[in-house]
Structure formats: C-alpha cells, structure tokens
Design a protein around this ligand. Structure first.
Ligand code: WTA
Length: 655
C-alpha cells in the first residue's frame, strides 16, 4: 500500500499527543541515562571538561571556556591535540587495527572494507603527499569528491597536517566551486574523475577544470581515479592520487595543534546571496561530535554497525560520518550512490546484508521511501536495527510514524536531532534511553546545551506557545566565525538578541504543554529543500544574471516530498521574444548550471510585476501564499494590490 503524506501544519503539531517511551531493555543498556541532565546542570563547564576526556590530548587544557572575546569563543584553552590521531591512530595503538572503520559499497556493487589500520596507512600516505605538494599547517585545501573512502582519507590527511579543508558538495556547479575556492583561497584541490549516481558515471573533473580556470592561485589538482572516465589533463597541475600516494611512506609523524586550530570551513547559505564559510576548530568540535554521537546514537563500538546516509559534502557527513564516529571507533557504512539505484530496496538490502543497527537520515528520504510503498522494505530483514535518527528539516508526524513502524518495527527509538552547520553538532534531541519521544518533536536541549524558545524581545515563551529558537550558552562545537567576515558573523547570529547574548538560529519553534521543543522551520530567507539549505537571494541573483530577466523573486513553497520547493517569479526584460515554456526551461537550467541541480526551481512563473512593500522590499510571504494556493494575507502594505491579482492569474491550477 502506498501512503500519502503532507507537511505538518501548526495545528497538527499542537494536537500531537502520541508519545513512545524507550524500551526497558534499551534504557538498561543505554550509554547515557537521565542523570546526565542534572550532572550538566550542576556545572556545565565541568561537564564539558569531562566530555573532553573522550579525546587524547598531548597537552592538557588549562581553561574550559574563554568567552571574554564573545561572540568569539575559545574552548579548552591551552590544550593541544591532533584530530586525525584521535580518529584513527589511537584506536590502532589500543589494539583495534583490525576493526572495520568503513564498509564501503559503491553504487555499481563494488565493495571494500577498510580497517582502522588500513585507514591509518592511507591517511599517512595522503598526509605525506600533501606535504610534498607544499601544503602546510593553516593552508586551505578544497575537496570536491563523490562518496568514496578517499574523501574521508583526504579530510583526515588535511586534519593530520593542520590544513583546514573545505569540502564542496559534488552536486554543486563549477561556479559555486570556484566561489568557495576563491573565498578561502585554497591552493590545492582534491577531486575524482567522477562518481556513480543513478546508475551512471557522473563526471566531476570537468567542473574542477572550469572552476580552476578562474582560480589562478590553484597550483595542484589531485585526482582520484574512480570511474575511469576520460579526463582532460593539465600537465604540471594535475596529478593522479594513486601515483602521488603510491610513492609515499605509510608512516607519518603527526604534530599537535592548538585546540582552536582551524579544522575546516563549510560553506552554507545565509540570507544574502553569498554563501558563508562557517569555521570550525579542533578540540571543542571533536569533543562535542564525539559526545553527541555517543549519547544520541548510543553507539557501542564493539557491536554496532552505524549508517549515517548523508553526503560527506554537508555538515552532517563531516560530524556524523567522519569525525564523531571515528573518534568513537565506530564501524560505519559508506554508500556511494542514490538510495534507489539499482533497485528501490537497495538501502534495505544493505541493512540486511551488513546488519546495520543504527540508521541516520533525512525526512525527505523517508518521505521518498513512503511514496514507494512499504512493500519495498517489507521484503528485507531489518531486525538488526535498534535506533533510528532524523536530521535536516522538520519531520512531519506521518513520516516519523512510518519510519518508526515500517523501518523500526515499532521497537527502535526515533531520535529527531536539531542542529545546524553553525552548531557543528547535535543540540536538541531526545536521549534514546531516557526520553519518551513524540512524533515530530526534537524534544529537549542535550545535557550541557542551553536552548530556549523566546519572543521578539528575547523573553522565553510559556509552554504551549511559539517563538524563535535561540541558544543561550556557548557550546564546544560552535562556529568560531565566518571565514574572513567577522562583521557578518556578529550581525547574522548575535545582533538580534545582543542584549541577552543569545545566538539566533534563524528557526521558528514552539514549546508544547510539557515544554518540549517542536522546530517549525526557517523564519528568514533561507529555504530547506530536501534538507539542503538554499538562500532565496542566491537563486534570485542567479536568475537576474540571465539576459532575459529584469527582476526575480524566489519563495519556498511547501512540498509533500522535499519539504519545501523553489518557486521563482520573474519579470522579463523588454524585448524578450522567446516563447514562455522554452524560456522557463532555459531559466531552470540556468539556475542549475549556476548553483547546482539542487537549486533548480520547481516552477518559474513569468509575471508582469512583483508584490513589494512601500519601501521596495519584495513580499516573499505573499509569493509563498500564491505558490501554495493559500488565501492571501494582508496586502495593504503593497504599493499596488492589483499586482497580486495579476500574479495569481498566472498560477497554473495544479503545481
Ligand atoms: C533545519 C543540517 C527541524 C533547521 C544539520 C536548521 C531542522 C537547518 C532539523 C540547518 C530538525 C535541521 N528539525 N529542522 N531536526 N535539523 N533543521 O546547516 O531549519 O544544513 O536551521 O544543518 O536545517 O541546516 P544545515
């Protein structure tokens, strides 16, 4: 039977009264019990100091938090460590070299198990290779890769030599890649000829060639051979990964770095057109990803097979495929391809085959599977699963229930985890052995984390009301800034509630009658499409860069599968004669080429005018209403309310 789904309306959430207590057996064996909350509340900094002992420090820290330069934090002051050593070498030294770190499965069916000892040797070779290419501590390295083990190796090699990496999602376009390389001034790029997606080899190297053509500072491009596709070669600049690594020693003496040494920069969409380079550092980041991975996923390193099915090119992949799991000596799945290739049951087949016990994915994927029907997972043995996680966007109760019942066999706790690229690690989530979960709620701030729902004045709202989600206390894995833009960092996150010193997350949320948190989605110009963050202005600037477009406005309309979908309204330049449908196709393609296929609008509406306030600001709220066929709200602030009728007349009856 195929089930249908819809995005949650507020009223729906308000009346959700189902709750699921953790199974008794789960609670008995849980890594973290209820005492953790009280423990952290008693002395928050001491709590985090104790969590930092999950890591191996070559020099102990002398102070837990230095907040004197707020909002620029320093955690574990004076401490020194090597992140790659913590993720790999120390497990080998402790006798776990033969444990599998990753069960890799390529989309075409090729498989490879990589043990911690093999990972150590590969990372050492790659670290030596990067040093041969002249990469030193502090130098940025861009990584543009498919989902293959070499991506993890490249990241860890950077971490080992103290070179911050910036991983750019392989679905981004050449120009998006060039912007990111330029912004952080990377001199070396690591890529592959291509990867496998949807049953075919999908090239990556041509996008790097195109990007690097406008980045003259890039001196080396290291290329992993994955698909064997034909590639153009720039002698002197391009180097085969297997050749350069092949001549390196598999030993590498690691150095130690300050706890605040930059680990990586991850670009994410903000409210303006230019993506923000979110900076994460070493000691605090690794502490919180390790702690949350241990607490929220209840990870048991000797018995669990854990699968975070995100892409390494996003923060979820960084924190919960690479750093958190490796710091905790996890055995993980790493799957290259799309979930339904070569057949709709691929994921469930992998879970059955590898006896996966923990699965972490996004609501959009769950809804996609719901559409395929529950007979698909029913064909596989999923009894190895014991815990399910969700991340990236609000999960509607129907999808949550389906996930729990069909995938989790009504026996696995479901943890809905709220966090952001900026927070680096999970902030609000149930603890699976403690919390009675509710379908659609991220529940409570984790031990050691301060989160609140406040009104416009920064005052906490009473239970049963809605407001804005803020973080009231600094946390170890918090962003340390926006790469090269301290003012934007202060302005974007700390100005809204500067009196209280709260971090403003950009999300709306409500507290239910029990005080549990329901995250409702963005309150700014950021859209969430299939769990991917995209800014309305970024897509608008791509559209107005097209010669036919005079003006553009973009809104996120709710969509049953992708959460939100991009709807663009464009005003054409005088004299454009291309026929409507052809132009719409061209504009959609243009956005896809400029940013990446994930940014391709679902619809492009050609309109004569756009709704604006008297001060000239586009009213995206109204556009969203139109796109969702809602009745229009208050239009009195429009310069000309007849604009709305003109726009409405352009809407097709079915989306
Ligand atoms: C949204 C992904 C509701 C939210 C880790 C946030 C969520 C943005 C949840 C961050 C959740 C993430 N429930 N909404 N469990 N998790 N979000 O930076 O709007 O790609 O601000 O980080 O995703 O997206 P980002």
């Amino acid at each position: 039977m195929t089930e249908t789904t819809s995005t949650p309306a507020l009223s729906n959430l308000l009346h959700e009264d189902r709750a699921f207590a953790p199974p008794a057996g789960f609670t008995a064996d849980a890594n973290v019990g209820a005492a953790a909350y009280g423990d952290a509340a008693l002395d928050r900094l001491d709590f985090w100091a104790r969590q930092a002992q999950r890591l191996s420090w070559s020099t102990p820290f002398t102070e837990v938090l230095d907040w004197s330069g707020a909002p620029f934090a320093k955690w574990f002051v004076g401490g020194r460590l090597n992140v790659a050593y913590n993720c790999v070498d120390r497990h080998v030294e402790a006798g776990h070299g033969d444990q599998v770190a990753y069960h890799f499965v390529g989309e075409p069916g090729d498989t490879r198990d990589i043990t911690y000892a093999e990972l150590q040797r590969e990372v050492c070779r790659a670290a030596n290779a990067l040093q041969e290419l002249g990469v030193g501590a502090g130098d940025r390295v861009a990584i543009y890769m498919p989902m293959i083990p070499e991506t993890v190796v490249a990241m860890l090699a950077c971490a080992r030599i103290g070179a911050p990496h910036t991983v750019v999602f392989g679905g981004f376009s050449a120009s998006a890649l060039a912007d990111r390389i330029t912004d952080c001034d990377a001199r070396v790029v690591i890529t592959a000829d291509g990867g496998y997606r949807r049953g075919a080899a999908s090239a990556l190297k041509p996008a790097v060639d195109e990007a690097v053509a406008s980045c003259p500072q890039v001196r080396s491009v290291l290329v992993v051979r994955r698909t064997g596709q034909q590639v153009d070669w720039s002698e002197g600049r391009d180097l085969w990964w297997h050749e350069v690594l092949g001549r390196q020693s598999d030993e590498h003496a690691w150095e130690t770095f300050d706890a605040e040494h930059p680990l990586y920069v991850m670009y994410t969409s903000g409210t303006t057109g230019k993506p923000k380079g979110i900076l994460h550092t070493s000691g605090g980041y690794l502490t919180q990803v390790a702690y949350t991975h241990h607490a929220v996923f209840d990870l048991k390193p000797d018995t669990d097979v854990y699968w975070c099915a995100a892409d390494i090119g996003w923060v979820t992949g960084h924190s919960y495929i690479v750093y958190g799991p490796l710091a905790n000596r996890t055995t993980s799945m790493l799957y290259e391809g799309t979930p339904t290739t070569p057949h709709p049951g691929r994921w469930w087949e992998l879970i059955q085959q590898y006896k996966v016990s923990i699965l972490y994915t996004a609501p959009t994927t769950i809804r996609m599977f719901m559409k395929l029907g529950e007979q698909v997972p029913a064909g596989y043995d999923l009894t190895s699963l014991r815990l399910l996680g969700s991340v990236g966007e609000p999960i509607n109760p129907e999808a949550w229930m389906w996930y729990r019942r069909v995938i989790g066999g009504d026996r696995c706790p479901v943890v809905d985890t709220w966090w952001q690229t900026e927070t680096g690690a999970i902030m609000v989530s149930p603890l699976p052995g403690v919390t009675a979960t509710k379908p659609g709620s991220a529940m409570r701030a984790l031990p050691g984390i301060g989160a609140e729902v406040v009104d416009d004045d920064g005052v906490p709202v009473p239970d049963g009301s809605g407001g804005l989600l803020v973080l009231t206390e600094p946390w170890p894995s918090m962003l340390r800034g926006i790469w090269g833009d301290d003012d934007r960092f202060r302005e974007a996150y700390w100005s809204r509630f500067s009196d209280q010193g709260y971090y403003f997350a950009g999300d709306g949320a409500k507290k239910d009658e029990d005080g549990d948190v329901w995250v409702l989605g963005r309150v700014d110009d950021v859209m969430n499409v299939s769990g991917h963050r995209l800014s309305t202005t970024e897509i608008e600037s791509a559209l107005v860069a097209h010669p036919a477009v005079a003006e553009a406005a973009v809104a996120g309309a709710s969509d049953p599968t992708t959460g939100q979908a991009i709807v663009a309204f464009v005003i054409l330049r005088d004299g454009v004669t291309v026929a409507g449908e052809e132009l719409v196709a061209e504009l959609r393609g243009h956005v896809s080429d400029t940013i990446g296929p994930i940014a391709k609008p679902r619809q492009v509406m050609i309109v004569p005018e756009l709704p604006k306030t008297r001060s000239g600001k586009i009213m995206r709220r109204l556009l969203r209403d139109i796109a969702e066929h809602r009745e229009l709200g208050d239009v009195t602030t429009l310069t000309d309310s007849s604009v709305m009728e003109l726009i409405s007349a352009k809407m097709p009856v079915t989306a």
